[in-house]
Design a protein around this ligand. Structure first.
Ligand SMILES: [Zn+2]
Length: 283
């Protein structure tokens, strides 16, 4: 979907995984969410692993890296990871892009399903998957990730990010950051303390990759629908209140990282004046 010579963007996938529906929907009773997103026999619902690839001002930028290739068989099974069309590196290869060509990786946060592909096994060592890239991570996210607690340590896995620092690939940023003329990051706190979203401005269209500000479109349209995984659920609600207004003001397309039903949508007023996300295509 190239728009002009200076800007190109693609949604690419690292596959899907299956996660507990109760985890995904938090306090919302199953009787309400199961009609919208039917669970499997183990009460799990599907989550996409979408990443965003952007070519801007001659730089190739990758937003989040999925689960990656380091999970053993058992961990893949627990995550319910499925990759019928291959993983993220296969998706890049289909666009004729080799890992060495990526200039910048932006991690929205450092949970395992967002940065597992940052690093890869090579000759019995764990090294950056994208050897010529600088990896942009929020400084506060980094601090939380390298000192996990009992609640967060199952998803903050050092192997996904510590090797970046050791090899000089880490670029810590603090707060909202302009990356290129078309691309910037903005803090959207709640899922983690320094969780960030990525904004893409093409000239005729504004898009926001919301990551886990709203894992599914259901959480974007309802402030009270918050996943169990959020560290600061009340902050998530305030962040969503802000970003709902922001997408309306900018007529922005929302790109959902984990939503298998609506990967790209716009927020509109539906029946009863309630917000609703309607699918739109960005092709
Ligand atoms: Zn996630």
């Amino acid at each position: 979907m190239p728009k002009n010579q200076n800007l190109e963007y693609h949604i690419i996938s690292d596959g899907i995984f299956w996660t507990d529906g109760g985890g995904a929907f938090g306090l919302v009773p199953r009787t309400i969410w199961e009609k919208r997103l039917p669970p499997d026999e183990n009460n799990r619902v599907p989550f996409s692993l979408n990443s965003l690839l952007i070519r801007s001002e001659g730089k190739l930028i990758l937003v989040d890296t999925g689960y990656g290739r380091k999970l053993d068989e058992k961990s893949q099974q627990i995550a319910g990871l499925k990759r019928p069309e291959g993983d993220l590196l296969d998706a890049l290869a289909r666009l004729d892009i080799r890992p060495e060509q990526i200039d910048i990786v932006i991690n929205t946060h450092l949970h395992g399903d967002h940065c597992g592909g940052n690093t890869i096994f090579q000759d019995n060592q764990i090294v950056p998957t994208f050897p010529n890239a600088q990896y942009y991570v929020q400084r506060l996210e980094w601090a939380d990730a390298i000192a996990p607690n009992e609640r967060t340590r199952a998803t903050y896995l050092a192997e996904n990010f510590v090797p970046l620092q050791e090899s000089g690939h880490l670029n810590l940023i603090s707060g909202n950051t302009q990356i290129t003329r078309h691309v910037r990051t903005a803090i959207a706190r709640g899922h983690t303390r320094a969780h960030q979203v990525v904004i893409l401005e093409t000239g005729d269209q504004t898009m926001v990759f919301v990551a886990d500000l709203a894992t599914l479109h259901y959480q974007f349209q309802r402030l009270a629908w918050v996943t169990t995984y959020d560290i600061e659920p009340l902050e998530t609600i305030e962040s969503k209140r802000y970003w709902q207004q922001w997408v309306l003001e900018h007529d922005a397309v929302i790109i959902f990282q984990h939503d298998t039903q609506i990967p790209t949508g716009k927020l509109v007023r539906g029946n009863n004046n309630r917000f609703k996300v309607e699918p739109v295509s960005i092709d």
